[in-house]
Ligand binder design. Structure first.
Ligand SMILES: Cc1ncc(COP(=O)(O)O)c(C=O)c1O
Length: 477
């Protein structure tokens, strides 16, 4: 017969911040016993804890839903998958199979996209640091280079001059939409006149050809009107550039920034109420785009292509993190706390989201405001400062969600190994898509100069007694 552990009875006062405006408890701990039909217990047994779990089905569905939202409004938009959001190879390839291009922001990301087999013509190359060899390669391979600043423009012009082929480029712009805090550090600023100067530089250079305009107005944009204003500004500028002359832009790229259903810290309402529906964004964007590009149809010409670069809205809710309680604490205030095997080393986004925390088995008692600490010997390692959870015991698994955006790229190999990542396929088969780190993989890049090959001095034989402890590292050559 199963018996529960005895627990001392207690009276819990109703605390003001535990209630929402309807006088109800803010969070009931949800239970997630299985992910895409695969029990959490089975996943832990096969792959260990902590473990990132990706849903292929959800990822494909999210991507299709975005495309359909545009298509239903008469716009066949191109999606550029923002690699920095999550560049695990299997995840990128699911999205490439769905037709997404690669949106990359560094030489590394460019090379990664090419290694995965993405052709240059399906790569959007953003970012403030594109080294000359990377630009040379991108231009030779027909990638879409989005210029960030005047020095980069000069480099591209010199590459094009040397190649004897004009370089087709797009300019990244920034401006105030009136609805969001403007980002001014990337691209050329419109209000200051810098953008017009860049446009003049490109359109008067025999070595450059302006083929597109790009802007990314920020991230987790909660007001669809910001996109309407952005698209209207881009369309007006395009029309001005084209004027009565021969210049025709191929595309407008509106960047990313659509929110996911995650709970931003400092937001009063839960995500289901704070985050507008995808259709509202699609309406705002498509209406402005169709109106702003109608002048092309009046001239008997085709509209430019519309590109968007959503990251978090595509992947965030397609991944969860399984973690396990490793110990309990009672804080001096009397509040309960638990230590998990996953912390901010794996959940960088815990700095700005209050992730949902689900039990992976039925609750053992009444929820209490609980602190979730990670495993790091660092004071900042707090996964949730306060979350309603029932009493937990070591060994209890929890499921943290959504975690697909910006964690598998910004995670740290810090103090702990980074764990495995798996993908559940539509047929419920589970594949490992990234192996857990081990001592060999973490040390693979370390080199030891000869005189440091042993931890104790370098006199012959001195470290022999310790040789069993010496890790067989590569010698510096
Ligand atoms: C140029 C660009 N495109 C796309 C994205 C993806 O943004 P999000 O994940 O908010 O959609 C970013 C993120 O900052 C970005 O800088």
């Amino acid at each position: 017969m199963h018996t529960n552990d005895w627990e001392a009875p207690r009276i819990t006062p109703l605390e003001f911040n535990q209630l929402n405006k309807f006088g109800q408890r803010r969070v009931q701990s949800p239970v997630t016993e299985a992910i895409d039909g695969v029990p959490v217990a089975t996943l832990i047994e096969r792959f260990g804890s902590p473990l990132f779990v990706t849903s292929e089905q959800r990822l494909r569905a999210n991507c299709r839903r975005l495309h359909q939202a545009f298509a239903a409004r008469g716009v066949e938009a191109i999606h550029g998958w923002s690699y920095k959001t999550n560049y695990l190879s299997a995840i990128c390839n699911v999205l490439h199979q769905e037709g997404s291009w690669a949106e990359v922001v560094s030489r590394f990301e460019y090379e990664k996209a090419r290694r995965l087999g993405v052709p240059g013509e399906r790569i959007l190359f953003n970012g403030p640091h594109k080294p000359r060899p990377a630009l040379e390669r991108a231009l030779a391979e027909g990638a879409h280079v989005h210029v960030d600043h005047f020095d980069e423009l000069a480099t591209i012009e010199s590459i094009a001059r040397a190649r004897g082929v004009p370089a087709p480029i797009a300019l990244r712009l920034n401006f105030d939409t009136g609805f969001t805090e403007p980002w001014s550090r990337f691209g050329f600023n419109l209000e200051s006149g810098q953008a017009l100067e860049a446009i003049a530089t490109v359109t008067t250079s025999p070595h450059l050809r302006l083929v597109g305009l790009h802007s990314h107005i920020g991230t987790f944009i909660l007001d669809p009107r910001a996109y309407a204003a952005q698209v209207t500004t881009l369309c007006r500028l395009m029309q001005e550039i084209e004027g009565d002359g021969p210049t025709r832009l191929d595309y407008l790229d509106i960047g990313g920034g659509l929110p996911s259903r995650n709970a931003l810290q400092g937001t009063y309402l839960p995500p289901e109420q704070a985050v507008p529906d995808l259709d509202e964004y699609a309406d705002a964007i498509c209406t402005a785009f169709l109106e702003g590009t109608a002048y092309r149809l009046e001239r008997g010409e085709a509209r430019p292509r519309l590109i968007f670069e959503s990251g978090r809205a595509v992947i965030d809710d397609a991944q969860v993190l399984i973690t396990t309680v490793v110990g309990r604490k009672q804080l001096p205030s009397g509040a309960p706390a638990v230590i998990l095997d996953a912390g901010i080393n794996l959940l960088f986004t815990a700095f700005w989201y209050n992730h949902q925390v689900s039990l992976a088995s039925p609750a053992r008692g009444e929820p209490r405001e609980t602190v979730l600490y990670g495993p790091l010997c660092m004071n900042i390692d707090v996964v949730r400062a306060a979350v309603q959870l029932p009493p937990l015991l070591p060994g209890d698994p929890l499921v943290i969600s959504p975690v697909g955006a910006y964690n598998n790229t910004q995670w740290l190999q810090f103090i702990e190994y980074r764990p495995a990542v798996v993908m559940i396929h539509p047929d419920r088969q589970v594949s490992l898509i990234r192996r857990a780190e081990d001592l060999d993989s973490v040390f693979a890049h370390d080199l030891l100069p000869d005189h440091l090959a042993r931890p104790v001095g370098d006199a012959p034989g001195e470290g022999d007694a310790l040789s069993g402890n010496i890790i067989p590292l590569r010698r510096a050559g």
